[in-house]
Design a protein around this ligand. Structure first.
Ligand code: AMP
Length: 189
């Protein structure tokens, strides 16, 4: 099974490129942000806890997200591959992912790191706020999410590099070009 991590700052296009990979390769898609928004909508206990963090642009505590992830992953058993979108976001989550996969006789295939300038990220997120009306896409929360990304999530790039799974894709202005480069990389796995 292919286990692909799609990685990048808020607004880097993780959802968009995941959708392209799902369409092209028929993978299952696990977006922890989408799962959490679903929990909030269903008004579960996890959803109620998660909302407080999400509205502030903060990360949900590692233990909660790690437990949730293992359950969702097991529900995708038998698929050709899985795309992890928005997970891992901390070193502890990356270690937990590695352990979870190893326990199941699996391993990380590749991490696709989407590199986009901060100016372009802010432009996209403000646009998304207008179109989708996501509660955490306002300027103040976006700034917080960038800060969290820089402090807690970006150190993972080094972690992935050390694991030998890092592949970087720098956005040069065209979504189609990014999709084609990413697909080529995944085909070469
Ligand atoms: P996303 O849709 O991936 O941008 O996630 C939206 C929000 O959900 C984040 O700002 C976090 O509050 C929370 N979240 C999603 N994935 C994780 C994760 N792996 N660890 C902790 N919090 C997460």
């Amino acid at each position: 099974m292919d286990n692909i991590v799609i990685f990048g700052a808020p607004g880097s296009g993780k959802g968009t490129y995941s959708a392209a990979l799902v369409e092209h390769f028929g993978y299952a898609h696990i977006s922890t942000g989408d799962v959490l928004r679903g929990e909030i909508k269903a008004d579960t206990e996890l959803g109620r806890i998660a909302k407080g963090y999400m509205d502030q642009g903060q990360l949900i505590p590692d233990e909660l997200i790690i437990d949730m992830l293992a359950n969702v992953y097991d529900s995708k058993k038998g698929s050709k591959g899985v795309i992890f979108d928005g997970f891992p976001r901390t070193i502890a989550q990356a270690e937990a992912l590695k352990e979870m996969l190893t326990k199941r006789g699996e391993k990380m295939s590749v991490t696709l790191n989407l590199v986009v300038s901060e100016e372009e990220l802010m432009r996209r997120l403000l646009l998304r706020a207008e179109i989708e009306g996501r509660a955490d896409d306002n300027e103040e929360t976006i700034k917080k999410r960038f800060e969290v990304y820089h402090n807690q999530t970006s150190p993972l790039i080094e972690w992935f590099r050390n694991e030998g799974v890092l592949a970087e894709f720098t956005y040069g202005g065209s979504k189609e070009e990014m999709i084609s480069n990413i697909i080529k990389k995944v085909e070469s796995l």
